[in-house]
Every structure is written in structure tokens, then in C-alpha cells.
Design a protein around this ligand. Structure first.
Ligand code: FNR
Length: 182
């Protein structure tokens, strides 16, 4: 069986540490897993008036989530919560009412930060949202990534210090996706 995972990165800056983490983690998955990098930087600000005539970027986002067997969220922490751009994307794909494409998709949450406390509070806020959206979300292991020297090797792969732990995180999510298919 092939599994496609939608990768949602809550930062739209070019050199995002969360995007870099996403790229490196993808390489730790088995070959039966492939990834769709979901674009969120061209979505309009969510406006309920537009539900009946969504922008092309919104239709694309919803199609990509619908086609996926799971969703991976990489969230930065902004002021102890998730970035507005990420919430905007989540809101778009949750509407119109009753037609949320997030429903039932097995999810995992991870995040990279420049601070040692990591993205703990942002991840907790995100978990609240995903619970409401009825997304079974991996509970353990949790991963709060401090973007510091040695996290990656020269090739941009996960470095030795964190590889074993992050591989265990990936393995847990792989099992989670398989056991949560409808
Ligand atoms: C931050 N940053 C931050 N870091 C953190 O650990 N906790 C926080 O509450 C915040 N708050 C915050 C607010 C705003 C508006 C910005 C721009 C930044 C720092 C954050 O970890 C850093 O900018 C990361 O590099 C963001 O992730 P990306 O863009 O590299 O993926």
C-alpha cells in the first residue's frame, strides 16, 4: 500500500527552520510513504462570505488534504501559539460547515524553534484545534525541536545526536497512519 502524507508547514518564509525539518524528516520514512508539500502562502484571508465561491488556492488545498492518508503539521511558535498563516489554512480547509477535509485524517504535530523551550505551547494549542477537527493525533513521542548547531549534518540530513529519537518519532507516526485508516 502507498501512503501520501500532506505536509503543512506553518511558516511561509524561504529559510524556514520548520520547512528544513520537514525536508529532513521525509527522508526517514519508508519508501511506501510519499509527501505533498501543501502551499499556504497564496491563500486569501479566510472570509466566510467566500465559502460558496472559494479561491483556486483554497480548492487546491482542500483537494490535497482529501487525497492524503495523513497530515503532518510542522509549526513554529509565534507568541506562545501557532502562526496566523497556519490557522488561516486550517480554517479554510475546515469549511463550509460539515465539509471539513481534515475529518478523520491521522495527524502528527512537531515544531522547530530558535528557543530551548521549543514549540511546546504552540503544539498544545494546535492539538486543541485538531481534536475539535476530529483528527486522531499521535500522542507520543512528543518532539520539541531546538534548531541548534548539530541538528543537521552537512547534507541537511538529521545529524547523529537527534537521529535515533527522530527516527522513533517517524516510526510511531508510520504505525499511527496505518492503524487509523478509515
Ligand atoms: C517568534 N519566535 C518564537 N519562538 C518561540 O520559541 N516562542 C515564541 O513564542 C516565539 N514568538 C515569536 C513571534 C513572532 C512574531 C516571530 C516572528 C518569532 C521565534 C521563532 O522560533 C523563530 O522565528 C523561528 O525561526 C520560526 O520558525 P521558522 O520560520 O524558522 O520555521
Amino acid at each position: 500500500t502507498q501512503y501520501t502524507i500532506a505536509v503543512v508547514v506553518g511558516s511561509i518564509r524561504k529559510d524556514s527552520f520548520n520547512r528544513k525539518l520537514a525536508k529532513a524528516l521525509e527522508k526517514l520514512f519508508p519508501t511506501e510513504f510519499s509527501f505533498t508539500q501543501v502551499r499556504i502562502d497564496d491563500l486569501p484571508l479566510y472570509n466566510q462570505e467566500d465559502d460558496a465561491s472559494p479561491a483556486a488556492s483554497v480548492t487546491r488545498l482542500k483537494g490535497e488534504i482529501t487525497a492524503a492518508q495523513g497530515v503532518l503539521f510542522f509549526t513554529p511558535e509565534y507568541n506562545r501559539s501557532i502562526p496566523g498563516v497556519l490557522k488561516n489554512a486550517i480554517d479554510h480547509a475546515s469549511r463550509p460547515y460539515g465539509e471539513s477535509v481534515w475529518n478523520g485524517k491521522p495527524a502528527a504535530v512537531i515544531g522547530a524553534s530558535v528557543g530551548p523551550v521549543g514549540t511546546a505551547l504552540a503544539q498544545q494549542h494546535l492539538r486543541n484545534i485538531l481534536a475539535y477537527l476530529n483528527m486522531p493525533t499521535l500522542g507520543q513521542p512528543e518532539a520539541f525541536i531546538h534548531n541548534k548547531e548539530g541538528l543537521y549534518d552537512e547534507a541537511g540530513n538529521i545529524g547523529e545526536a537527534s537521529k535515533k529519537f527522530l527516527q522513533s518519532w517517524v516510526d510511531a507516526y508510520v504505525a499511527w497512519v496505518k492503524q487509523n485508516q478509515a
